[in-house]
Design a protein around this ligand. Structure first.
Ligand SMILES: [Zn+2]
Length: 200
């Protein structure tokens, strides 16, 4: 079974996005094949909490808890944890925080601005974001090389901050539409990153 997931999307709770949780839930329900999303607002779970509440009236969509933490070293995404670490964290602290709670760590846009850069070669992550439409082709290519060298799964997320950019990239996960199943499959590398060629 396959579930198509956008593991990187921002709602207005991020402070820099115009997307409402309601729009995410409605569009996910309406989308022909992307049926799961991780809300990864900057340093807050509020958008996730609201989206999860709204999603409870739909049977066909999955909302994964997520957060994009602004660490001292750059952005780091944690999936599957409904708690947030302190704002002023190092990447190592966020990794420890996630591991202690069985969460997954994804390194978003490692070589883009706000990425963690060369630290991405070292930190114990579960996956690397190898396609991000807001990064350059060169930055994405470097991320793909890194995933290969480190033998880590490569995922793709829209990093959408505006409705127009929603569903522009996603990850095909070999899993049913269950949060634990999806996270396990990501960790095992049963994923395929996809850049969508057309917006709906
Ligand atoms: Zn982001």
């Amino acid at each position: 079974m396959k579930t198509r997931l956008d593991p990187h999307l921002h709602t207005r709770f991020s402070g820099d996005s115009t997307i409402s949780p309601k729009l995410v839930v409605e569009q996910l329900h309406a989308h022909p094949f992307i049926k799961a999303v991780a809300i990864t607002d900057h340093n807050t779970l509020q958008g996730y909490v609201e989206a999860r509440k709204l999603a409870s009236s739909y049977q066909d969509i999955t909302i994964i808890p997520g957060i994009e933490v602004s660490t001292h070293h750059g952005d780091l995404i944690m999936l599957g944890v409904e708690e947030k670490p302190s704002y002023a964290s190092t990447v190592w602290e966020v990794v420890d925080f996630a591991k202690a709670r069985a969460g997954a760590i994804v390194i978003p846009h490692p070589y883009r601005i706000n990425g963690i850069g060369d630290l991405a070669e070292k930190i114990p992550a579960d996956a690397i974001e190898v396609i991000n439409p807001t990064a350059t082709l060169g930055e994405n290519k470097m991320a793909q090389e890194l995933a290969k060298i480190r033998n880590l799964p490569g995922v793709s997320g829209s990093d959408a901050h505006a409705p127009l950019h929603m569903w522009t990239a996603y990850t095909e996960v070999e899993a049913g539409p269950d949060i634990d199943e999806i996270l396990k499959a990501i960790k095992k590398g049963q994923v395929k990153p996809i850049l969508a060629d057309a917006m709906i």
